[in-house]
Design a protein around this ligand. Structure first.
Ligand SMILES: NC(=O)c1ccc[n+]([C@@H]2O[C@H](COP(=O)([O-])OP(=O)(O)OC[C@H]3O[C@@H](n4cnc5c(N)ncnc54)[C@H](O)[C@@H]3O)[C@@H](O)[C@H]2O)c1
Length: 225
């Protein structure tokens, strides 16, 4: 396939970043052809850029306008839209987390595994950052010898109260499925296991609404073996 026609569902914070990257030609062979969002008022701006627009994910998936789809909606739509897109024969990139619950993630992965001719991935961009790739190379290549202890502290992904209040789905069990562990820390957990391997035991301290007026966790310390 010389050119891949790409669609995006969800034109919020990150969907707009994907639109910008594709329209700026930063993805070789990738051509943004269509976008979708449940808020119809968002669509005219994208029509003006020459894109086909759809007011639902399902309509975009069934449109025949795309070969591949980026799903950038809130968490609970990822499984349903992801499976629908795979069943429609599309290649799929799902924003993290690929699903909000383990059982849903397993259903989505099974749908992808049943179609090996289609590409499927979750958006874990730390894996393509050169610094993380270098750390992984040093660890996995044995240059550092056997690792006895790893300390990984991440505080600069802290989000202010305004972030949590910026969307109804954010920082709620019903809308997001969790807090910092499922949203920001998930990049760190992915990178850590990608570099050092999966732990066999975990103990942790989790603070629910410790620093914000939210119902989900916003502070986590884990001890992994
Ligand atoms: N990779 C990263 O670093 C990164 C960064 C930010 C967000 N994200 C992820 O991207 C996803 C979206 O986050 P966001 O911050 O852009 O959210 P957002 O709330 O800013 O945007 C979500 C958009 O999806 C639309 N939408 C909601 N339900 C829809 C549906 N059923 N069909 C079509 N459109 C629908 C909303 O109208 C909104 O425009 C989340 O999974 C989030 O965790 C990833």
């Amino acid at each position: 396939m010389d050119e891949v026609r790409i669609g995006i569902i969800g034109l919020g914070n990150i969907g707009q970043v994907h639109v910008g990257n594709l329209m700026d030609g930063k993805v070789p062979r990738g051509k943004l052809t269509a976008v979708g969002d449940a808020i119809a008022d968002k669509l005219p701006d994208y029509e003006a850029k020459g894109l086909k627009t759809f007011d639902s994910g399902e309509a975009l998936i069934g449109s025949g306008e795309i070969d591949a789809l980026i799903i950038a909606t809130p968490h609970f739509q990822h499984t349903t839209l992801g499976i629908a897109a795979l069943e429609a024969g599309l290649h799929v990139m799902v924003e993290k987390p690929i699903s909000a619950h383990k059982a849903d993630a397993e259903r989505l992965i099974a749908a992808a595994a049943a179609r090996p001719e289609q590409k499927f991935g979750g958006m874990f961009q730390l894996r393509v950052e050169p610094r993380y790739q270098k750390i992984r190379e040093l660890v996995q290549g044995g240059e550092l010898g056997d690792l006895i202890r790893v300390i990984w502290i991440m505080t600069d992904w802290f989000r202010a109260e305004a972030y949590y209040q910026s969307g109804g789905w954010r920082a709620t069990w019903k809308g997001e499925g969790g807090g910092v562990l499922l949203n920001q820390c998930l990049h760190q957990l992915d990178a850590l296991q990608w570099i050092t391997g999966m732990p066999s035991k975990i103990r942790s301290h989790v603070g629910i609404g410790k620093y914000h007026d939210i119902e989900v966790e916003d502070d986590v310390t884990c001890y992994m073996e």
